[in-house]
Write a protein that binds this ligand. Structure first.
Ligand SMILES: [Zn+2]
Ligand SMILES: [Zn+2]
Length: 53
């Protein structure tokens, strides 16, 4: 099983509380760790470059 990484900070998603959702533009999976969720760190889609809150 592969360990996913946070799209924002590249931290391994080893702790609970992370979330996964599809990029609004291209549908690529976006992963965010609980820290980036709480701090509202913006993410950038690695596939299409979409930036979102
Ligand atoms: Zn993160
Ligand atoms: Zn995208």
């Amino acid at each position: 099983m592969q360990t996913e990484k946070c799209t924002s900070c590249k931290a391994p998603l080893s702790e609970p509380g992370w979330t996964k959702f599809a990029c609004p533009k291209c549908g690529e999976p976006i992963y965010r760790c609980h820290r980036c969720r709480h701090q509202s760190i913006p993410y950038t889609c690695q596939k299409c470059g979409y930036e979102g809150p």
